[in-house]
Write a new protein. Structure first.
Length: 148
């Protein structure tokens, strides 16, 4: 296995993202409420476009459970993620969340105040965010939500 030490702080990335702003961000909510790989408690303050983040055990187990890796030892402990700030700068956000195993995270992120403890809760503050849930992911939501 080849290991690469990427530098998300590179001038190249920063110039590229400034020159070509993101029109649409396609994101998901993780089982622990993470947004992209921004695990709780997420950094809502940094303006860096990309971050090297530590993946907590819940996130690593999710990657294993989804079949991306053969065993937990193979799941990386770090990943490069778009920062919360950069995601929120997108003109439109489309968030897709399938499956019952994410129902608690969906409920926490939609029914609590915006907080780094629920990273995807920040989507409540975006002016043009569409959230697509299947029935299982939406199963724990209280009344007051409209479903199409």
């Amino acid at each position: 296995m080849v290991r690469v030490s990427p530098d998300p702080d590179s001038t190249h990335f920063r110039k590229l993202i400034l020159k070509h702003p993101i029109d649409v961000a396609l994101v998901g909510i993780g089982e622990n409420g993470h947004l992209a790989f921004n695990d709780p408690p997420a950094d809502f303050e940094t303006e860096k476009p990309y971050l090297v983040v530590d993946l907590d055990e819940a996130c690593r187990k999710q990657q294993l459970g989804e079949g991306w890796f053969p065993d937990l030892e193979a799941v990386p402990r770090q990943a490069i993620s778009m920062s919360i700030h950069q995601i929120m700068k997108s003109k439109k956000i489309i968030c897709s969340v399938p499956d019952k195993r994410k129902a608690n995270a969906v409920k926490s992120c939609l029914e609590n105040k915006v907080s780094p403890e629920f990273p995807a809760s920040i989507l409540q503050d975006h002016p043009d965010c569409a959230l697509y849930l299947d029935e299982a992911a939406a199963s724990l939501l209280g009344s007051g939500y409209s479903f199409n």
